[in-house]
Design a protein around this ligand. Structure first.
Ligand SMILES: C[S@@+](CC[C@H](N)C(=O)[O-])C[C@H]1O[C@@H](n2cnc3c(N)ncnc32)[C@H](O)[C@@H]1O
Length: 241
């Protein structure tokens, strides 16, 4: 199978965290090429129709926003949730960039900053916002999305049925688990908890650092390893106890 963005040398610098998308100290973004590849791999397991995507540990929303912008033509809806209210505040602003209005506002803000501070770098970022808006329009226009606080270990049923979960779990250092079970592997618990809120056909692509994602006795549809990151793609129905 050909993965559009993994195999081609496309320049993704407009999507770097801190360019048009907002970054914040202690809120890591996610490698754009890997986000794109994982989404495409996971979506290939749910057929050819429009996909609803959920990132339940969304942090700043970089991963969810990047996938939304790159794959607007494959997506119908994006849900981004995180247990941390500060993270959700940034994610709201980033997922707001999945609309023409959000990108136009961001372009205006960056042009204003260029004039106010006399820094050409802001103008380059404003141009990047304009390019992202053109791409979004070409791929289908505004993408419906929801951003809210949510504990992934105790997930509420999503507002709209989700087909693909794609998430980058805490790995110590910058980001930490909240409310993880004391005596269980948090990644296994997370997968099982999320599966309980998903339709059977949904697939979950989970990325962890410096560890293999494994759930005893559960079939893994695919594994991907890039640098110190390891991802596994699993089917919701296979995760039910
Ligand atoms: C590695 S970061 C995700 C970064 C994100 N991929 C991005 O692009 O910005 C992991 C996130 O998991 C969140 N988290 C930790 N425990 C959680 C829980 N119980 N439910 C939901 N999110 C949780 C943290 O607040 C953190 O934002």
């Amino acid at each position: 199978m050909a993965y559009r963005y993994a195999t081609e040398h496309v320049d993704h610098s407009d999507l770097a965290s801190g360019c048009v998308l907002r970054s914040a100290p202690g809120r890591p973004g996610f490698p754009v090429r890997l986000a794109s590849e994982l989404f495409q791999r996971a979506a290939a397991h749910v057929g050819n129709g429009p996909v609803a995507l959920w990132d339940p540990c969304c942090g700043s929303g970089h991963l969810a926003t990047v996938v939304g912008l790159l794959h607007r033509d494959r997506l119908a809806y994006v849900l981004a949730t995180d247990v941390d209210t500060d993270a959700v505040g940034i994610a709201e602003r980033n997922l707001g960039l999945l609309t023409a209005h959000g990108l136009a506002e961001r372009e205006r803000e960056l042009r204003w900053a260029a004039a106010e501070f006399g820094r050409p770098a802001f103008l380059e970022r404003a141009e990047a916002a304009r390019r992202l808006a053109a791409d979004l329009a070409r791929l289908g226009g505004d993408l419906s999305h929801t951003v809210r606080v949510g504990d992934a270990f105790r997930p509420a049923v999503p507002e709209r049925p989700v087909d693909v979960v794609l998430t980058d779990v805490p790995y110590g250092g910058l980001t930490r688990w909240v409310g993880e079970p004391a005596d269980e592997d948090p990644v296994v618990e997370l997968l099982r908890a999320l599966a309980s809120a998903l339709p059977d056909h949904a697939v979950l692509a989970v990325v962890a650092r410096a560890r293999k994602v494994a759930v005893s006795g559960v079939r893994v549809l695919e594994r991907v390893r890039v640098g110190n990151r390891a991802a596994a793609v699993l089917r919701a129905a296979d995760l039910r106890r």
